[in-house]
Design a protein around this ligand. Sequence first.
Ligand SMILES: NC(=O)c1ccc[n+]([C@@H]2O[C@H](COP(=O)([O-])OP(=O)(O)OC[C@H]3O[C@@H](n4cnc5c(N)ncnc54)[C@H](OP(=O)(O)O)[C@@H]3O)[C@@H](O)[C@H]2O)c1
Length: 276
Amino acid sequence: MPSTKTILVVGATGKVGSRVAARLAEHGHAHRAVSRSTTPSFDWENPESWAKALEAVQVAFVSFMPDLAAQGAPEIIEQFIATAKAAGVRKIVLLSARGEHGAELSENKVRQSGLDHVVVRASWFNQNFDEGMFLPSVLSGTLAMAAGDKLEPFVDADDIADVAVASLLDNRHNGEIYEVTGPRLLTFADAASEISAASGLDVAYVPLSVTEFHAALLPVVGQDDANLMANICAELFDGRNERLGDGVQRALGREPRDFGEYLQRAMAGGAWQAAA
Ligand SMILES: NC(=O)c1ccc[n+]([C@@H]2O[C@H](COP(=O)([O-])OP(=O)(O)OC[C@H]3O[C@@H](n4cnc5c(N)ncnc54)[C@H](OP(=O)(O)O)[C@@H]3O)[C@@H](O)[C@H]2O)c1
């Protein structure tokens, strides 16, 4: 049955946020989908923009940008929690990243907030390859990353959204930390090879050192984001995440979608078509 609570979706034009908002809309749940480009506008860098978005909200899905591991993120999350509580919010579902110490500091702010909460800790998203930061690399044929030959269980944004929506709507998930991953460990070379086979493109993985990766990013994204991405790679690709999580299974009672299924859906949706 559709809920009468207004559910706030922060980051609602993003890979996960858009899917969360679409599911809530599909099932008739009152919600407000916000980001910097919506009305009302919501900007993490402008706390004055938060109040309007939080009006009449009881439950919030929170996707932080640029990353919960970014410098100052825990403080911003703490300030957001205080504003949300004052506005009457009772529950937060936080999208987080697996294995990032900085992200755990922000998670702890939510877990210690006194609000009902669920943490959805995700591995790297499949959709980075067709909707996100790796799209230009796939189209150019060179996927250069500082991930060595480490294994990553890429997770589908549709699974993350399914877990997030279940967590928003059903209080039996309260207090959970769901580590959501795909069902298979892949190297970035494996991912490039599977994308090539599915799409007809010729995509090669080029492993870079963290220093080389930083130098390549710097002119494209600037100092702050290059530092952030390089630090994330240095931290995450040390082997700590070379294991599967069970968040999708625990939250939804089903297996996560496979990378191959993602590729089929992406191709059916026209991904990478112009380049192929
Ligand atoms: N991508 C991954 O593989 C991955 C893995 C694990 C965890 N995560 C985490 O998931 C979260 C979302 O990542 P994503 O890859 O889904 O991002 P995304 O698809 O690029 O979406 C980002 C969303 O945030 C909004 N946004 C950007 N800057 C903002 C700001 N200053 N204030 C308010 N909204 C802002 C964007 O819309 P506007 O531009 O309209 O503002 C968009 O709706 C991040 O916290 C990330 O660390 C990502």
